[in-house]
Design a protein around this ligand. Structure first.
Ligand code: ATP
Length: 277
């Protein structure tokens, strides 16, 4: 499909290079991709690549984007599973849902990132209880652990990524059991990371839309100043601010028939302020 036909502004095609800030996390993801692409080297050394990655941090910081970028780096596809949707109030159904997901995953013949979002819900699920020793008894989490144990042996094409905004809730059971080899923090961006995120978001928009002499952005756009004016904002907030600025301009042209001037620094500052409230 042409880039313009992709849903969600072409986020389907994102690479690790498009992720702003988060240098350490991106470096780890690059290593995972390398190990994934060289199973024969791993096997020669008796090494096992990570099979599960837990990403934790506040909303909108790029966790889903990282999973999608990893899928693209390994030449594969992303399968998103909304964890709360597999949890069923009927005893046994949640376990069956998880077994079915992993049974499907074992059959996949192409590289796949299996993404479980809102993963904490698996623990805070109402079926969870504590035994006399204070251990969490949770049949659902138990099944998940079992399935994770055998996934890589059965299907080296699959890697699991789980995301959560509440790592403390997940820690209790699944994390200490070692099924997630990598637990990576995806924190809110500081000023430098915000400038980097903005640079990369603008770069993607420019490469997609500034064609045939068309200008999306004016020369006065200054990402450092935008980053300084956006304390507390995330990549998702910037994406939304840009979406609004683009829509404003497009609506202007659609209404009046004449193209307005490109998006300026003042337009972006106004859009950032509008998203903030
Ligand atoms: P949630 O916890 O709510 O699921 P999330 O951490 O998964 O949020 P994403 O869905 O990855 O956040 O972010 C939404 C969009 O915001 C991304 O598709 C991307 O366009 C932009 N974005 C977020 N973080 C970054 C980043 N670090 N670099 C570049 N773009 C980013």
């Amino acid at each position: 499909a042409a880039a313009a036909e992709l849903p969600d502004g072409g986020s389907e095609s994102v690479r690790l290079d498009d992720v702003g800030g988060l240098e350490d996390v991106v470096a780890q993801f690059r290593d995972v991709a390398v190990s994934f692409r060289h199973p024969e080297v791993m096997a020669r050394w008796g090494a096992t690549r990570p099979q599960g990655i837990l990403l934790y941090g506040p909303p909108g910081t790029g966790k889903t984007m990282l999973a999608r970028a990893l899928a693209n780096e390994i030449g594969g596809e992303l399968r998103e599973i909304r964890t709360p949707e597999i949890l069923d109030k009927w005893v046994g159904n949640s376990e069956k849902n998880i077994q079915r997901i992993f049974a499907d995953a074992r059959r996949l013949r192409h590289p796949t990132v299996l993404l479980f979002d809102e993963f904490d819900s698996i623990i805070s699920y109402t079926g969870a209880a504590f035994d006399a020793a204070g251990q969490m008894i949770n049949a659902v989490a138990g099944i998940f652990k079992q399935e994770m144990n055998t996934l890589i042996e059965h299907n080296p094409n699959v890697i699991v990524v789980a995301t959560t905004n509440f790592p403390d809730r997940v820690d209790a059971s699944l994390i200490r059991s070692g099924r997630f080899d990598l637990k990576l923090s995806v924190p809110p961006p500081g000023p430098q990371a915000r400038a980097d995120i903005l640079t990369k978001l603008l770069r993607r928009l420019i490469s997609r839309h500034e064609v045939g002499g068309f200008r999306l952005f004016a020369d006065d756009v200054d990402v450092t100043a935008l980053a300084a004016a956006s304390t507390g904002m995330t990549g998702a907030d910037f994406k939304e601010a840009l979406r609004r600025a683009q829509l404003d301009k497009a609506m202007h042209e659609a209404r009046h028939g004449t193209p307005p001037s490109p998006i300026t620094q003042a337009d972006l500052l106004a859009a950032i302020r509008a998203v903030r409230v």
